[in-house]
Each structure stands twice: as C-alpha cells, then as structure tokens.
Design a binder for this molecule. Structure first.
Ligand code: PEP
Ligand code: MG
Length: 362
C-alpha cells in the first residue's frame, strides 16, 4: 500500500487504478527499500550486491578471497561474508513485506575491489602470508584496459563459482528465515545473473545456483520456491533471446549497459562528447537518460518477442536508469513489459507515467 499522504497520495492512488505495469525499485540497502516502499514500490527489481562486499570487514575478507591460491582458501574467505550478506537480504525481504525481491549477483570487475593504499596492501599480505610484491602482482594482474567489457558479470561466476555459491546460500538462507517468520508472505527469491550474452553462460551459472539452492532448501526441510533469471544488457542477449528464454524465469533489461554496448559509447565517458552531438543536432537527448527507442528499443522489442515465443511464462522488466524516465516508461508500456524498476525517489514518477501510458494506449 502506498503511504504517501494527502492529495499527492490520492493522485498516486488514482494512477495505480489505471496503470497495468508494475513499479519496483532499484535498492540495495534496507533504508532505500523502506523509502521506496513508502513511495509505493511493489518490490525490488534490482538489488546490486556489490556494496555488500565493501562494508566493514567484508572488504578484507573479499580481498583475501581475490588473493587466494586455492578453491578451499577462497571458500574460507567467502564464508566470513556469507552470514553478513544473508543478514542484508533478510532486511530487504522484511522491508518488502512479501513483495518480489530480485537479487543480482556480483557484477563489477574484481579489480575494483583490490587495495590501493600501501597500508591495506601490507595488511592483506600479512593475512595471506605473502609478500607485498606478490600481492601487488596479483592486483596488477586483474587490471583491464576495458573493464566494462571485461572480467565482470556472469564471467565472474564462471571464473570464481565460489562467489555465486556463497551468494546463492545467502539468498536462500535469508528467504527461508523470513518465510518462516512470516508464513503468510509470498517469499520467492529471484536470482538474477548479470551480463549474459549466450545461453550457455546462463546454463553454466544456473547449474551452480540450482545445485546450491536445492541443497540448501533440502537441508532446511523447506518448500521454498525460487526463480533464476537474467539481465538482458548485451545486444547479443537480445538477439538470441529465444535461446536464453528457455533457461530463464525472467528477463530484466539493463538498459544502461544495453545502451552503452548498442551505441558503442562508454557510459562513464559519453558526457565528454555528447554536448557536441546536441550542438550538431545529431542527438537531442542523452541516450543514457532517455531510452533510444529506435535502436536499443528495437532490441528490446525483439528480445520480448523472441523470449515470449520460446517461454510464454517469461516475466519481463527493466531496471536501467530509463525505468524512471516518463517517455521511456511509456515506451516500456507499449512494448509490453510487466514492470519497470527505478531508484526510490523516481517511483512516484514511474507510477504516474505508467498510468498515463496505459490511458494513452486505451
Ligand atoms: C544496467 O546495466 O542497466 C543495469 C541496471 O546494471 P548496472 O547499472 O548495475 O550495470
Ligand atoms: Mg549493467
């Protein structure tokens, strides 16, 4: 239930009567989840789990995992993070009160997590029984010239399956606990694999997730159900969506990366030349803010058509920044998305835009 007070709340309630698309939020802290809920979010469409490796002692444990030589050492380091991440997920499920929660597995390149301060490097060397030079060499080996197109997303789950195992355990254990505490809530965790470009990648990662999840559920004697889905954020994923849909319970368009990779523009650097593009009247808008309906949008339409034909039960949403932009929301409604997901403070805008889109389409 929306808890916005007064006339604004009434307008929002009217909007909800008309809109057909769901509105979720992108949130990875209980505070953001709570705020979004107050603003009417009907679930979490994207929980980016990366910050859950940074806070407090976790970063130390995660760096130890990065600098480990064996699977056992990596598992031991991740074991320290597991209960903390489980606690994070429990709080998110609690904040969402039985509404859907989509948790995306670790996405950024590992290089973003390595220490740069001498003091931290020395600490890590001591913890791993290695020399400072050895630690520096490991960190340096993770350097990439093009990290956004590099060793990130599901590729991490292929090279370091232990991370996906740990995250699956945390998601499932948290869900079982919250389900036990609230038997009337519909707790069905949604595990989302980032940066899939090929169905074989999804199959490979899903195997790790399913084996781990099923073992956890059996060990707990639970009847928990869960979904495994994928982000569609690489053009190849959209082009081969029929294959991918056979292995996915849901698709969520990551239009930040999909825009980056469709345009071939770096999402971090495009600001440096886009101004000239506006002056030259090549573009009117920043494609990272307003969905490019003729290029990225075409890929989305194609992915929906191919995906639904192969898997009619496929649930489809968007969690790129565009999910909170009114004209993009209108387009999402037109192409038949089930929900949009946006940052907490854009939830009311998305609710209104979804209602206007539904009315316009009548
Ligand atoms: C995206 O790429 O649109 C997305 C939602 O993921 P992120 O912004 O975390 O890459
Ligand atoms: Mg992305």
């Amino acid at each position: 239930e929306a808890t916005i007070a007064g006339e604004f709340g009434r307008i929002m309630a009217w909007a909800d009567e008309y809109r057909t698309m769901g509105v979720r939020t992108n949130a990875d802290t209980p505070h953001d989840a709570q705020k979004a809920r107050e603003l009417g979010a009907e679930g979490i469409g994207l929980c980016r789990t990366e910050h859950m490796f940074f806070e407090g002692d976790r970063i130390d444990a995660f760096r130890e995992m990065i600098c480990s030589d064996t699977v056992e050492e990596r598992e031991e380091a991740l074991e320290k993070i597991l209960p903390l991440q489980q606690g994070d997920f429990e709080q998110l499920y609690e904040a969402m009160e039985g509404n859907p929660v989509t948790i995306r597995f670790l996405d950024p390149p590992l290089h973003e997590f390595v220490p740069t301060e001498e003091e931290d490097i020395e600490k890590l060397a001591k913890a791993k029984g290695k020399t400072v030079a050895e630690i520096k060499a490991i960190c340096e080996s993770l350097h990439e010239f093009n990290p956004m197109m590099g060793h990130r997303g599901c590729r991490l789950a292929v090279t370091y399956p232990e991370i996906a195992v740990m995250q699956t355990k945390a998601v499932i254990r948290a869900a079982i606990n919250v389900k036990n505490a609230h038997p009337d809530w519909n707790i069905v965790p949604e595990i989302m694999i980032p940066l899939i470009g090929d169905v074989k990648e999804l199959k490979y990662c899903k195997k790790t997730v399913v084996e781990t999840a099923d073992a956890e559920i059996a060990a707990a004697g639970s009847d928990l159900k869960y979904h495994v889905g994928t982000m569609i954020e690489i053009p190849r994923a959209a082009l081969t969506a029929d294959e991918i849909a056979k292995e996915a319970d849901f698709f969520c368009f990551g239009t930040n990366d999909l825009t980056q990779m469709t345009f071939g523009f770096s999402r971090d650097d495009a600001g440096k030349f886009l101004g000239a593009y506006y002056d030259a009247k090549i573009y009117e808008n920043d494609p990272f803010a307003k969905l490019d309906q003729t290029g990225v949008g075409k890929l989305m339409e194609m992915a929906i058509k191919l995906g639904k034909a192969a898997n009619p039960d496929l649930h489809i949403g968007i969690c790129g920044e565009h999910g909170g932009d009114p004209s993009s929301v209108e387009f999402c409604n037109k192409i038949g998305l089930d929900y949009v997901s946006c940052s907490p403070y854009r939830v009311p805008i998305a609710r209104l835009a979804a209602a206007q889109a539904a009315i316009a389409q009548k």
